[in-house]
Design a protein around this ligand. Structure first.
Ligand SMILES: NC(=O)c1ccc[n+]([C@@H]2O[C@H](COP(=O)([O-])OP(=O)(O)OC[C@H]3O[C@@H](n4cnc5c(N)ncnc54)[C@H](OP(=O)(O)O)[C@@H]3O)[C@@H](O)[C@H]2O)c1
Length: 323
């Protein structure tokens, strides 16, 4: 099969087309004939040598894909050959075929095209686990998401709005701020012009912040939280080492937490998938929410897709057309 591999660690240009054997599904797994693969920042981190795949995962990049079930492993009862699925992958999405745990696949929402379906899992799983399970977002709370126009941000704004939260987002341009407002954010703050700490303090503080920036944002996030507020860290685009005065964590009863999706157990990911199918998939079917699509590239142009994403030129999701 045709794949795109990381030929060596480096910039987007190290992503090279290659051929590899079609993987075989093990017990409890399915083989997917990939239609589209989603592109995510963690793929770029892996490409740069900063995010090693788990030992038992494909070394190829690609954490999500849509397609049709091509084969099923022993013990799989949920899926049959030919079913249209969208799935979270442990890796290996930049390929014509990929294997994943059968319990990490979900049906393509009725009426949704395969390109859009490929853009769902990494963001939906990440937002669900961090904003709702860890962050405990409640209706009526003030929720601030940084990187509001990112793949993750666009899903977070929609799900938090659906949940009845008051949503605030930061983004780096007027166009990106407009996109955040269009998805349901009450206010979008262009971080190049507006101090999000002052803006959130004027609103009474954020009850929950979802942050992917880190670095100088970490102490500022604490300042921007309301008493009893929670900070959920999902990445460190600006770095993870900071000097921090922890006093207000104690005096204002703040919570700092975070998680990464990929190393979580198969059982934990399956539980997230079931929760999504129950709570989120009906809204994807009804069209009330949906992935925000930025652009599509051929699989063999994966390097161009990475350059677009890392240049922060995109709003929403970038996908690769595989077959
Ligand atoms: N923990 C997990 O399980 C998990 C899972 C998936 C993704 N992630 C992380 O979540 C983040 C978003 O992922 P994604 O795939 O949605 O990526 P993405 O679409 O490329 O989003 C990254 C966003 O960060 C913003 N940004 C970049 N540098 C910034 C800076 N210095 N200050 C403020 N904003 C900055 C960019 O927007 P502007 O142009 O507005 O700056 C961009 O929208 C990534 O960092 C990724 O690694 C974590």
């Amino acid at each position: 099969m045709t794949v795109v591999e990381i030929s060596q660690y480096g910039g987007p240009e190290v992503l090279k087309p290659a051929t590899a054997p079609v993987p075989e599904p093990g017990p409890g797994q399915i083989l997917i004939r990939v239609a589209y693969a989603g592109v995510n920042r963690p793929d770029a981190l892996q490409r740069a040598g900063n995010y090693a795949p788990p030992a038992d995962a494909s070394p190829l990049p690609g954490l999500e894909a849509s397609g049709h079930v091509a084969a099923i492993g022993e013990g799989v009862t949920r899926w049959a050959v030919g079913d249209a699925v969208t799935a979270l992958l442990p890796g290996g999405g930049y390929a014509e075929y990929a294997v994943t745990d059968a319990a990490h696949a979900l049906p393509v929402p009725e009426g949704m095209s395969m390109d859009r379906a490929a853009a769902l899992c990494e963001t939906a799983f990440t937002v669900w686990t961090n904003v709702f399970m860890r962050g405990g977002l409640q209706a009526g709370e003030r929720f601030l998401v940084h990187g509001g126009s990112s793949g993750i941000g666009t899903m977070a704004i929609q799900l938090a709005t659906l949940h009845g939260a008051r949503v605030f987002a930061t983004a780096g341009s007027a166009e990106k701020c407009e996109a955040c407002l269009g998805l349901g954010a009450e206010r979008a703050l262009n971080y190049r012009d507006v101090d999000f700490v002052e803006a959130m303090k004027a609103e009474g503080g954020a009850d929950l912040i979802l942050d992917m920036v880190g670095g100088s944002y970490i102490p500022r996030n604490l300042d921007a939280l309301a008493n009893d507020g929670r900070l959920v860290q999902i990445a460190f685009l600006q770095g993870s080492t900071v000097e921090l005065n922890m006093t207000q964590v104690m005096t204002r009863r703040l919570t700092i937490t975070g998680s990464t999706l990929r190393p979580q157990s198969s059982v934990a990911k399956a539980a997230i998938a079931r929760a999504l199918e129950d709570k989120v998939w009906p809204h994807l079917v009804s069209g009330r929410i949906g992935p925000v699509m930025d652009s599509e590239f051929a699989l063999t142009d994966a390097s161009k897709a990475h350059a677009r994403m890392e240049g922060s030129l995109h709003i929403g999701k970038v996908v690769l057309k595989v077959s």
